[in-house]
Design a protein around this ligand. Structure first.
Ligand code: DQA
Length: 151
């Protein structure tokens, strides 16, 4: 199984570190990417790290992942709560998928409590701050290894 992992980030996450720091913290998306790249090296993974404010771009990256990736970590941001299209794209991907939220969405407004993506995700992380990215990456590495062991 491929050891390439896609980390996909949805709308407004380009503003990480500046946008509502009391909720999302002070680390920028570039900080998160650097941490993930260092960890990926330790875990023997390669990474594609992307962010987009456009739903279709996230869908296109999920399609691309079908061709060459072993797993996906996705923070769909607000599309979590609205996008059947992202769920459908993830349903067309075979490897492990982890859904990630920096904040604990269940502690927030009721409209954030429902996720379309959770119906596909192998695991869901919420409320671990930006540390969640590293934790999710470790889990994907484990799931890729487990699949390889059973192949
Ligand atoms: C988020 C939570 C979503 O409800 C919100 O729309 C986001 C970020 C998070 O990482 O906590 O943009 O996915």
């Amino acid at each position: 199984m491929s050891r390439l992992v896609y980390i996909l980030n949805g709308p407004n996450l380009n503003l990480l570190g500046k946008r509502q720091p009391e909720i999302y913290g002070r680390a920028t998306l570039a900080d998160v990417e650097a941490e993930c790249r260092a960890l990926a090296g330790d875990l023997g993974l390669s990474l594609r790290f992307h962010q987009s404010n456009r739903e279709y771009e996230l869908i296109d990256w999920i399609h691309e992942a079908r061709e060459d990736a072993g797993g996906i970590v996705i923070n769909p941001a607000a599309f979590t709560h609205t996008s059947v299209a992202i769920l459908d794209a993830l349903n067309a991907f075979d490897g492990p998928v982890i859904e990630l939220h920096i904040s604990n969405v269940h502690k927030r407004e009721p409209f954030r409590h429902h996720s379309f993506v959770s119906a596909r995700a192998d695991g869901v992380m919420a409320g671990f701050g930006t540390q969640g990215y590293g934790l999710a990456l470790r889990r994907v590495a484990h799931l890729i290894d487990a699949r390889a062991a059973h192949a």
